[in-house]
Design a protein around this ligand. Structure first.
Ligand code: PMP
Length: 453
């Protein structure tokens, strides 16, 4: 197909995630053709810094040679074999060992592999319910999660998702899922004081657990830093409080680290930011630098022990996929872990992330329709408003966010728009010079759209 045919055919036959098929026909997406380091090229040869990082995923940048070589070598050795009950393979064993070693500070004992983030969440929710059954608490089936949270698109994850856009078309969802307020400093009806907000939101969680009946609640699931919801960083005391509350009521804590895992926040795992251990972690994206689909549900000691000490048979993991621990994905992940260390990727994310945060936090002074800039490490959300003083939200129908994104694209920067938010999650290997370029382009793009209003 030539370039024009490709553009035409995309809208005809390909239904894209999170988009109306008709909208795709009317406004065709950009066709990305090549990637190298922090950069991507579209099919017309236009070069852009990848501010999206694939989709919070290309943590090592594009076309990392070591990961590519590991994938090719695995393809030449064993492209696929299953890791169900009767068989296993070398890469599955090596990867589980390596991941458990990496998560020793967390006390992780075992991992269940899957194909991506939604799968990792599904595994976590199922294992949480099974854990309580194994301990004789069969009524503990409910889940509590945060408004604005994102946990993927399967029925379990969708049911704990905190954004009705992902839920409405598919209701009714899983019964027994309840939502409480996110400690979101910029938008909450309570207070502008982070410490007070943390107290209030923790109390709301506890009240919900008590209201439901603690003996009916299986787990609380949340992202250490909310990503898709607009990059919402909780106050530092929130997660420690949540941990205490979960312990007080025998509720498991599930950390959805699909975005925050493997360095994005400047810490290897998001729970380390808050000095808190979860009981179960959901991992994907950066685990393989996004080169091949892979997800993992990591299981802490308390949960693992309940399975290992079971003699009834109920502790069998009646869950898993044909492609759980796919050898090519496992090889990619092992090479990714080597590169994380060799390139000091997490240290770089912390260093250049601080540079990015510091400079972009000044955007509201420069641009009247930027209300809030928030984030940590190499995840950042820029929320657009119609009025800074009243924080009046930018209407969903406004074309301003898309115009900023187009201006950035023309200037050589790929960004992502999610509602009123412009979201950045560049590769964790991005250099300080590339960060400066990103900031210059973004400032110029906001200036351009601001001047046209
Ligand atoms: N959890 C979180 C926190 C996510 O951000 C995402 C995807 N962005 C998912 C789960 C779902 O992952 P996937 O798209 O790989 O299924």
């Amino acid at each position: 197909m030539d370039i024009d045919q490709l553009k035409q055919h995309n809208g005809r036959h390909l239904w894209h995630p999170m988009a109306h098929p008709q909208a795709i026909r009317d406004t065709p997406p950009d066709i990305i053709a090549r990637g190298e380091g922090s950069w991507v090229w579209d099919i017309d040869g236009h070069k852009m810094l990848d501010g999206v990082g694939g989709l919070w995923s290309a943590n090592l940048g594009h076309s990392n040679r070591a990961v590519r070589d590991a994938i090719v070598a695995q393809m030449d050795t064993l492209p696929f074999y299953n890791a169900f009950r009767g068989t296993t393979h070398v890469k599955a064993i090596e990867l589980s060992t390596r991941l458990v070693e990496m998560m020793q500070p967390e006390g992780v004992q075992a991992v269940v592999f899957s194909n991506g983030g939604s799968d990792a969440v599904e595994g976590a929710l199922k294992i949480a319910r099974q854990f309580h059954k194994l301990r004789g608490q069969k009524d503990r089936s409910k889940f509590i999660s945060l408004r604005q949270g994102y946990h993927g698109v399967h029925f379990g994850g969708m049911s704990v998702n905190g954004n009705s856009n992902f839920r409405r078309a598919y209701e009714p969802l899983l019964p027994g899922c309840f939502h409480v307020d996110t400690p979101w400093l910029y938008r909450n009806p309570f207070t502008d004081d982070p410490e007070r907000l943390s107290e209030i939101c923790a109390e709301l969680l506890e009240r919900e657990i008590v209201f439901q009946g603690p003996d009916t609640v299986a787990a609380f699931i949340a992202e250490p830093v909310q990503g898709a919801g607009g990059v919402i960083v909780p106050p530092a005391s929130y997660w420690p409080r949540v941990r205490e509350i979960c312990d007080r009521h025998g509720v498991l804590l599930i950390a959805d680290e699909v975005v925050t895992g493997f360095g994005r926040t400047g810490e290897l795992f998001g729970t380390r930011l808050w000095g808190v251990n979860a009981d179960i972690w959901c991992l994907a994206k950066g685990i393989s630098s996004g080169y091949v689909p892979l997800g993992a549900t990591a299981i802490g000691a308390k949960v693992a022990d309940a399975f290992l000490s079971d003699t009834s048979g109920l502790g069998a993991v009646s869950h898993g996929y044909t492609y759980s621990a796919h050898p090519v994905a496992a090889a990619a992940a092992l090479a990714t872990f080597d590169e994380l260390v060799r390139l000091d990727v997490v240290g770089n994310a912390a260093r250049v992330g601080a540079r990015l945060q510091e400079r972009l936090r000044r955007l509201p002074q420069r641009c009247a329709f930027v209300g809030d800039v928030r984030g940590i490490g190499l995840m950042i959300g820029i929320e657009m408003v119609t009025d800074q003083a009243s924080r009046a939200p930018m209407p969903r129908t406004s074309d301003i966010p898309a115009r900023v994104a187009r201006a950035a694209y023309r200037r050589g920067l790929m960004v992502r728009i999610s509602g009123p938010n412009l979201i950045l999650s560049p590769p964790l290997t991005i250099s300080a010079e590339e960060i400066d370029f990103l900031c210059e382009v973004l400032e110029a793009s906001f200036d351009e759209v601001g001047a046209s209003l």
